[in-house]
Design a protein around this ligand. Structure first.
Ligand code: NAD
Ligand code: LMR
Length: 329
């Protein structure tokens, strides 16, 4: 039995994400929660002839039944960007939404694998961690910031450049999930040695600001939804395969480095001691994070990107942590 709850299931990401999850034979119960429209979305999806049961839950009074006993909770709830905004501009609204959903998860599904999509991810993941700590149920191996869209974009953009099928291009991306904190390690991608420094810098910038490309093209109608649904489903299904079906799967994801003490030490040797959350390559298994894998070697250019990312990331993390410290829970 695998119960997955999507919080924000009626939204631009939530609906296609739920559709992709409904396709999976691994899920037995797909629980859809939102503050609007989930009965309709659930009725619609429930007609698809895959075996999972679909239930719809709407509004705070139905949050407990939605989330109770979940094995995986995916959170794409909250507002998206409009042109001219940074992800950090979403903090004011989304921090409270994520805190309240995390509180329900800590109470009713404390062992769930938490997959956080809502922005700003650099801050919302520390918010979930702090809420779980306050409820005495924190396990850093089970809380993930979903940065898979950065990986998906990198596969596409780099694949186009080096003439490979994008699905065969795996690019490690570390750091955070906003602009300069997104650190693509292109030097480790086989075939990238054919790229000039100018090409590397251009494609790095495109990966870092891929979200802005979509926000601009949507022109006020939101940010990436379909590609995010694809990436979110990939990540959630990776967790399910690893946690419940014995597969060892590696994904880059934004975690608290305490999830693996030895891995944390090795990572901090590269990134410095002052950063506690970082997107890293992680081996997933029955407990979530089984181990944090090495970041690997960096080119001089990548090293310079690290330096630029540090201050912003530290500020984002502190903002999330302080928000919960200042909240009455
Ligand atoms: P959207 O506005 O289309 O959908 C958001 C949904 O959240 C809506 O249905 C809304 O009713 C719901 N919601 C609001 N408050 C809620 C609450 N308290 N409980 C449950 N549901 C609630 O937005 P979207 O385009 O789906 O984006 C959602 C979030 O995902 C945004 O914060 C966006 O920035 C983020 N995002 C992250 C990534 C990533 O790579 N991690 C990628 C794309 C978007
Ligand atoms: C993305 O990377 O597409 C998301 O984080 C949404 C955004 O605001 O850019």
């Amino acid at each position: 039995m695998v119960k997955v709850t999507v919080c924000g299931a009626a939204g631009g990401i939530g609906q296609p994400l739920s559709l992709l999850l409904k396709e999976s034979p691994r899920i037995t119960h797909l629980s859809l929660y939102d503050i609007v429209n989930t009965p309709g979305v659930a009725a619609d999806l429930s007609h698809i002839n895959t075996k999972s049961k679909v239930t719809g839950h709407v509004g705070n009074e139905q949050l407990k039944e939605a989330i109770e006993g979940s094995d995986v909770v995916v959170i794409p709830a909250g507002v998206p960007r409009k042109p001219g905004m940074t992800r950090d501009d979403l903090f004011k609204i989304n921090a409270g939404i994520v805190r309240d959903l995390a509180t329900a998860a800590a109470k009713y599904a404390p062992k769930a694998f938490m997959c956080i999509i809502s922005n700003p991810v650099n801050s919302t993941v520390p918010i979930v961690a702090e809420v779980f700590k306050k409820h005495g149920v924190y396990d850093p191996r089970r809380i993930f910031g979903v940065t898979t869209l950065d990986i998906v974009r990198a596969s596409t953009f780099v694949g186009e450049l080096i003439g490979k099928d994008p699905k065969d291009v795996r690019c490690k991306i570390v750091g955070g999930h906003s602009g300069l904190t997104i650190l693509p390690l292109l030097s480790q991608v086989p075939g990238s040695d054919t790229l000039s420094q100018e090409q590397i810098e251009k494609v790095t910038n495109r990966i870092q600001f891929g979200g802005d490309e979509v926000v601009k093209a949507k022109n006020g109608a939101g940010s990436a939804t379909l590609s995010m649904a694809y990436a979110g489903a990939r990540f959630a299904l990776s967790i399910i395969e690893a946690a419940f079906f014995g597969k060892s799967i590696v994904e880059c994801t934004y975690v608290q480095l305490d999830a693996d003490k030895q891995g944390a030490q090795d990572t901090k040797r590269v990134i410095g001691n002052g950063i506690d959350y970082f997107s890293v390559p992680v081996e997933l298994g029955p407990n979530g994070v089984e181990s944090i894998l090495p970041i690997g070697s960096l080119s001089a250019y990548e090293q310079s990107l690290f330096t630029k990312a540090t201050a912003e990331l530290k500020g984002n993390i502190a903002k999330g942590t302080n928000f919960v410290a200042d909240s009455k829970l």
